[in-house]
Design a protein. Structure first.
Length: 385
């Protein structure tokens, strides 16, 4: 029962402890004001039970129903006592039943909520009947006032229930959007590495079929490249699957690069195709850029290099350039090849997903022939929006 305290900040623990202490004190004072021992015992027990539910993370239906039935039973007994209660019918109990009603409406399914709420409302409305005959003229007004108060609390519980549902739905939508982003990452990472494997394997087969088998040293380099690309693909897949299966909050993709210079250098070194030259401003290479800009830039470079292997032929050189512009960074990946079908599978969503990613980062993407090859250019913000 006390487990709820472990999940509360210390400030809320203090507030809850003060509320419970005040409620217990008031219940004891109400019990002392009773004229008879049975009356005092009933007031104290019926007042403490709803207060005890404050310590419960969730209130089982059996507990809520039992408290309501016990309250009704004691009210019936109190009407037979002599003398009856004259000062209070159980104000703390009324407050406890009221809060219990709100929690029941919030936490239980509608079919169960109906009968539990009805029991609690009846129990609360009958409380004034415990008072002696000197208060009879006020009983109808007190009963009606309690009824409308409980009706309002029922609506409050329904509102809070709806609010929690909307918050849960919003959280789930955010998680789905996050998973979609990770699925795009999975496409970009794995497609890049697998394309490199296929390209190097085809190169070995092509040279061998042409009667020019590679030397042992060249073949070893090619196989090492295939091994490296395969290992990187496995690491990427394992990392993405781990993130997708993580039910905890705050899971995020790994951010391997801190600067644009590191990003471009890593992409150029790991490319399995023609030689890559880089051209990037020295100040821009080491500058701290927004993480969304770096993520988008990484995907632009990676997808562009992958497309060189997939869709270009007679490529002798690839260039990655990055230049600083007022308020933005221009990144271009160009090659001097011609469009061709290299026989490699393609999802058809590479550039589409890339455009969406760049636009979501506040930039714009263009891709097309240059007259002497093909170029992909992304203009991304250099400072947070």
């Amino acid at each position: 029962m006390l487990g709820i305290l472990d999940r509360l900040p210390w400030t809320q623990r203090v507030v809850l402890a003060v509320l419970i202490a005040a409620a217990v004190t008031l219940v004891i004072l109400e019990g002392l004001s009773a004229e008879t021992v049975p009356g005092a015992v009933g007031v104290v027990i019926c007042g403490l039970l709803p207060v005890a539910t404050l310590l419960m993370p969730t209130v089982p239906a059996s507990v809520a129903g039992g408290i309501a039935v016990l309250s009704i039973a004691y009210t019936i007994i109190a009407t037979q006592l002599s003398p009856r209660l004259d000062n209070t019918f159980g104000v703390v109990e009324l407050l406890g039943l009221s809060w219990l009603l709100v929690r029941v409406v919030m936490q239980n399914r509608p079919s169960r909520t109906i009968w539990l709420a009805a029991l609690l409302i009846v129990a609360a409305c009958l409380l004034p009947l415990r008072l002696d005959a000197s208060n009879e003229e006020y009983l109808p007004a007190m009963g009606v006032g309690i009824f409308f108060g409980m009706a309002f609390l029922t609506l409050l519980g329904l509102y809070l229930r709806l609010h929690d549902r909307r918050r849960a739905d919003s959280f789930e939508l955010a998680r789905q959007a996050q998973r979609l982003e990770y699925a795009r990452d999975l496409h970009d990472f794995v497609a890049h590495h697998v394309t490199a494997i296929v390209a190097q394997a085809k190169a070995v087969r092509f040279t061998t079929a042409a009667g020019l088998p590679p030397s042992p040293e060249v073949l070893d380099d090619m196989l090492a490249g295939i091994e490296k690309a395969g290992s990187q693909a496995l690491v990427s897949m394992r990392g993405m699957i781990t993130v997708l299966r993580d039910d905890g909050d705050g899971a995020a993709p790994v951010r391997p690069h801190r600067t644009l210079g590191e990003l471009v250098a890593t992409a150029a070194d790991g490319f399995a195709g023609p030689p890559v030259t880089t051209s990037i401003d020295d100040q821009l290479a080491g500058r701290t850029l927004p993480q969304r800009t770096l993520d988008a830039a990484r995907h632009v470079v990676q997808e562009s290099l992958t497309n060189v292997l997939r869709h270009a032929a007679q490529v002798s050189a690839v260039e990655i350039s990055a230049y600083d512009e007022p308020g933005s960074v221009r990144i271009t990946v160009r090659n001097d090849g011609i469009a061709a079908d290299n026989g490699m599978p393609s999802s058809g969503f590479g550039l589409l997903g890339l455009t969406e990613r760049v636009e979501s980062a506040g930039g714009r993407l263009t891709a097309g022939p240059t007259g002497a090859g093909w170029a992909v250019t992304a203009v991304l913000p250099s400072s947070p929006a």
